[in-house]
Write a protein that binds this ligand. Structure first.
Ligand SMILES: Nc1ncnc2c1ncn2[C@@H]1O[C@H](COP(=O)(O)OP(=O)(O)OP(=O)(O)O)[C@@H](O)[C@H]1O
Ligand SMILES: [Mg+2]
Length: 238
């Protein structure tokens, strides 16, 4: 079966500083895969490579069988990849609605865009109520809904989410987790980076553990939940 995303021996960094040493991973169509790792492990750097924001120095990224070498961020969006960045990065002085529509900037299918906007509003009713409010004045949880909604407005087949739950109250995390599960159930593959390792492993089909820019462990999420080394290093459990 062809993978949605296939990364092989990827290396990347900033200037002379190498951050990712040898990353290989796959995401199948409609699979939900998570990446866990300590602060500074290189998770965000990897997500930036996977959306064309950062050029890789070696290795390959293949989407639906097509190599993405030299591809621009817009090319990655056209290939079906939408990126919900760490820290959300909304346009704070723009309305919720306009932020959502930014996600559809490469699309021209007006009717389908309108239908997708309604779908996002149905998934997160608070965004519909607050559609004319400046995004910067929304709560953290609401802003994360808006960021995910903006990603969905690109009509992706793979959604990259960098830190779903960081800094949010349990109720908001629960709601966002459920919505991500629903997105995935509708056939969209998801690659999730998450600080809350237990939450991530409960949600995901498979997981990769990244440490100092390398994949140090991978497998079915459930097997990692029960891995003593993972429990000790990332969940503070023994
Ligand atoms: N723009 C940049 N310029 C130089 N170094 C950077 C830049 N962005 C990140 N780094 C460095 O790359 C390394 C990996 O950072 P990255 O943000 O990818 O980690 P992370 O796994 O996402 O961490 P966190 O869990 O804290 O979000 C860190 O050492 C960081 O200082
Ligand atoms: Mg990060």
């Amino acid at each position: 079966m062809q993978q949605k995303l296939s990364v092989t021996a990827l290396q990347a960094g900033y200037g002379d500083v190498r951050v990712l040493w040898d990353i290989s991973l796959d995401v199948g169509p409609a699979e939900l895969v998570c990446i866990v790792g300590s602060n500074g492990a290189g998770k965000t750097t990897l997500m930036r490579c996977l959306s064309g924001l950062l050029k890789v120095s070696a290795g390959s990224i293949v989407v639906d069988g097509k190599p993405m070498q030299g591809a621009s961020p817009a090319d990655f969006v056209r290939a079906g990849i939408a990126h919900v960045p760490e820290g959300r990065r909304l346009f704070s002085a723009m309305s919720v609605r306009d932020n959502l529509l930014m996600g559809a900037y490469l699309r021209t299918d007006k009717a389908a865009i309108a239908a997708d906007l309604e779908r996002v509003y149905a998934m997160f009713p608070i965004l519909a109520t607050r559609r004319n409010q400046d995004a910067g004045t929304m709560s953290g949880g609401e802003q994360q809904m808006c960021a995910i909604g903006r990603g969905l407005m690109a009509a992706p087949s793979l959604l990259l989410v960098d830190e779903l739950s960081l800094g949010l109250a349990p109720r908001a995390v629960e709601l966002l987790t459920e919505s991500l599960r629903a997105v995935n159930k509708s056939g969209v593959a998801v690659l999730l980076v998450e600080q809350d390792v237990m939450n991530a492993l409960e949600l995901a089909d498979r997981a990769y553990v990244v440490d100092h820019g390398r994949v140090v462990k991978s497998g079915p999420a459930m097997s990692l939940v029960n891995d003593p080394a993972i429990r000790e290093a990332y969940m503070g459990l023994s």
